[in-house]
Write a protein that binds this ligand. Structure first.
Ligand code: NAG
Ligand code: NAG
Ligand code: NAG
Length: 463
């Protein structure tokens, strides 16, 4: 497999030399080319299975109290004066508030720093039953727990801790859907666990491998959360490597009706895509190939993936607005939130034990956002601005969950080798960094930094 990676990379570099890409872009592409193979494995072929919940409890009980007590003092000093941002509480009890034009964002969550926080997570691998196996880091024997004790402090304002009661209060008699790739699923599963700390969800529908389509109901609240698989938002014929099809064929002029056709039933949608645009893809529009990424073998002109990404996002949001028309009959305002790109943190060889070995967040300014990540983020933020302008007064509200910067500073929040249970059990030991094991430095441990995405989501829907 290592040889495959090398070949792939060499071919890739060759290809990019031909195109004489700017150096910055070239480096980014090369890095992503390397990541790609890792993706192929765990995004597509990595089997979901029931989580094993035994190990965590002990490890955490031994380590956590020490961490907590050490950090309590630090946190008190670091806590900002709390401006009590209960924005949106009025909207909960006052239906008229929902008719008003969207207020400017009261707090910019996109920029800030991670500060120590002694509060334990709202859930863990023992208390939440819906953690995907590959993200159940504690149960898989991840020995350090320090990565659990941080909170995001935006510059100049406060991000309130997640409140399951506030979220379920909003979600009462409503239906929220997550639409996108495995990062969308990661965020959905984080929300389910956060809410499960207050009320147990019931799985009422499941279809597709790895639960690509699922619906959960919180009976007590008649609240529904569903998950739709749609890694490009628009229509795709997914690659099938076993059948020799290495490219996704994406149709920019056709929508993905698996979720689009359900729009009428939704009160809120969280769209999260990006990573699949980085893997080999052919993009079609009006019967023509308009973009192609990593496709020398197909005789199509190589393009970057930013244009295709921009098109897919813009067209999707325009179609959502078109189908929404002049608003739902009941006058309820709908929210469409887009999670911005969530950066990966591979540092060395993706299949070496220490592919994302850090155990602490980066401090503010320590880690600049990469070129690709920054571009993909910007495209989403701009698409949301355009869509919001076009939908003004329609009862449809677009918002960006601008998590790229906060996620970029969390190299410590990925499963790494702990995507598998006890990855070092068969010898080698933890010190053996030469050991080749699969690493996931893309998705997020649960609990972990992805829970913060949902803190931002809560403030966004309440606004
Ligand atoms: C897991 O969460 C439950 C419920 O909140 C709690 O009682 C338990 O102590 C937690 N376990 C660990 C290891 O933190
Ligand atoms: C339950 O929630 C659904 C939305 O998921 C809504 O359409 C329905 O009206 C709700 N039922 C009641 C009794 O309010
Ligand atoms: C690409 O072009 C070459 C030369 O014209 C041709 O021989 C080859 O069959 C083409 N490959 C594909 C996949 O169309």
């Amino acid at each position: 497999l290592a040889a495959m990676v090398t070949n792939f990379l060499q071919k890739y570099q060759l290809q990019n030399h031909h195109l004489i890409l700017p150096k910055k872009q070239f480096v980014t592409y090369a890095v992503y080319a390397l990541i790609v193979l890792a993706f192929l494995h765990y995004l597509l072929f990595y089997p979901a299975s029931a989580s094993d919940k035994s190990v965590v409890a002990q490890v955490q009980q031994e380590v956590a109290p020490a961490v907590v007590s050490a950090r309590v003092g630090a946190r008190e000093q670091l806590l900002p004066p709390t401006p009590s941002p209960h924005q949106g509480d009025e909207a909960l009890g006052n239906p008229l508030a929902e008719e008003e034009a969207p207020a400017p964002p009261p707090c910019d969550y996109s920029d800030g720093e991670w500060v120590p926080d002694a509060r334990p997570p709202l859930y863990n691998g023992t208390s939440c039953g819906t953690i995907k196996d590959g993200q159940n880091c504690m149960s898989h024997g991840r020995p350090d727990t320090g990565y659990l004790y941080w909170r995001w402090r935006p510059r100049g304002c406060d991000l309130p801790a997640f409140s399951p009661d506030a979220f379920l209060g909003w979600l009462r008699n409503r239906h929220l859907a997550f639409v996108g790739d495995s990062l969308a699923r990661n965020q959905a599963e984080s929300l389910l666990c956060l809410l499960a700390s207050r009320s147990a969800p019931e799985l009422v529908y499941r279809d597709g491998e790895e639960g690509r389509f699922r619906r959960f109901v919180f009976r007590e609240f008649n609240a529904t959360v569903s998950v739709f698989w749609s890694p490009f938002l628009v229509k795709v014929a997914e690659k099938a490597e076993r059948a020799g099809v290495r490219h996704n064929n994406v149709f920019l002029d056709a929508f993905d009706e698996r979720w689009m056709s359900r729009l009428g039933a939704l009160d809120a949608a969280v769209l999260s895509v990006g990573h699949w645009f980085l893997i080999p893809g052919v993009y079609h529009d009006g019967g023509l190939v308009v973009a192609c990424h990593d496709c020398a073998d197909l005789n199509h002109t190589e393009t970057d993936f930013f244009g295709a990404f921009r098109d897919a996002v813009h067209r999707t949001l325009a179609e959502v607005t078109r189908r929404h028309g002049r608003g739902a009959a009941d006058g309820k305002k709908k929210v469409v939130a887009l999670t911005t790109f969530s950066p990966a943190h591979f540092e060395g060889d993706w299949d070496k034990a220490g592919a994302c070995p850090r155990q602490r967040p980066y401090s503010a300014g320590e880690k600049e956002m990469g070129y690709t990540e920054a571009e993909l983020r910007k495209i989403v933020v701009e698409a949301v601005r355009v869509a919001a302008d076009a939908a003004a007064g329609s009862g449809l509200r677009f918002a960006a969950l601008d998590v790229t910067a906060l996620a970029n500073l969390r190299p410590d929040g990925h499963p790494g080798p702990f995507m598998h249970k006890d990855p070092f059990a068969s010898g080698g030991g933890e010190g053996a960094v030469d050991r080749r094991v699969q690493n996931d430095c893309v998705h997020w441990c649960m609990p972990g930094p992805v829970d913060t995405f949902n803190e931002v989501l809560l403030q966004t829907i309440l606004r």
